[in-house]
Design a protein around this ligand. Sequence first.
Ligand code: PMV
Length: 320
Amino acid sequence: MRATSQAQPNIALIKYWGKREARQNLPEVGSLSLTLDTLWTRMAVEFDERPGEDRLLVNGAPAASMLPRISACLDEIAGEGRAAAAVTSECNFPIAAGLASSAAAFAALVMAASKANGRSLEAATLARLAGRASGSAARSMYPGIVELEAGARDIALRTLAGPDDWPLSVTVAITATHAKAVSSGTAMTISKQTSPFYASWVARQGDDLAVARRAVLERDFAALAGVAEHNCLKMHSVMWTSRPAIVYWSAATIACMQTVRALQDDGVPVFFTIDAGPQLKAVSLPEAADTVADALRRTTGVVDVMCSPLGPGARLLGTA
Ligand code: PMV
């Protein structure tokens, strides 16, 4: 059976940075994110009759460098003695450039692969499987504003507000489309081992999550803006104080931050967040989205701007 599914990337407002345990890839801290709508990855998976070499096509081209992580994820789903699989992926935004492409890819992959393997698993199980491949991927299984709770032995997820419960807009300022030099997985390990700020990052995460959760439940945009920017800058401070230092920002990233600050000074309801890459994501109330997009488009170093409302969790598109 061939199964196809689609998932959207998610953007964390309260970030995940650092692993508690390697085997299950358990995050050390909880996180809170926005699942997007108009950026997507589609994955089609079909298992052969017998073991052999997996094949992967990404946007029509063979992608050997990405295959080991895909194959390891398929092993988790179908067992190590499994048949080989043909995996075809399509993505409508830049890959491995700090736009959560791995979150969307692995959420879509586990859903399509488990279906192609003859199983219909519930969202919590699929999220756990996706999270083993990429910590943030678990969140793309769910719609809207999502909280991931990091337990000692497991993760638990829930949607705090659906896409229509509190409509927010995400405007992504793309400043570079090439893949990042250091993967987030490698960078997290370096941070945990070397940053003198790592322990306090972990210790204070629960406080930030509580403030953000309450802001979402009370639809308090200013409170969410304040804690999200603080949490983002704290994560990047942990990266900057790692040895070797991990700096994902470029001059254009800072120019975009200044654009958001100028909009805020003019009373526009918007705030920024930045992940493991040079892109800036601006979160705003929907009525401000056009103003935000125009301002970011005019910012030096911005090569493209993508806008999205909040969207659904991963879903099955079909079987054949
Ligand atoms: O899931 P990973 O290994 O791609 O790491 C994601 C890390 C950040 O995007 C920087 C933060 C987050 O919570 O998504």
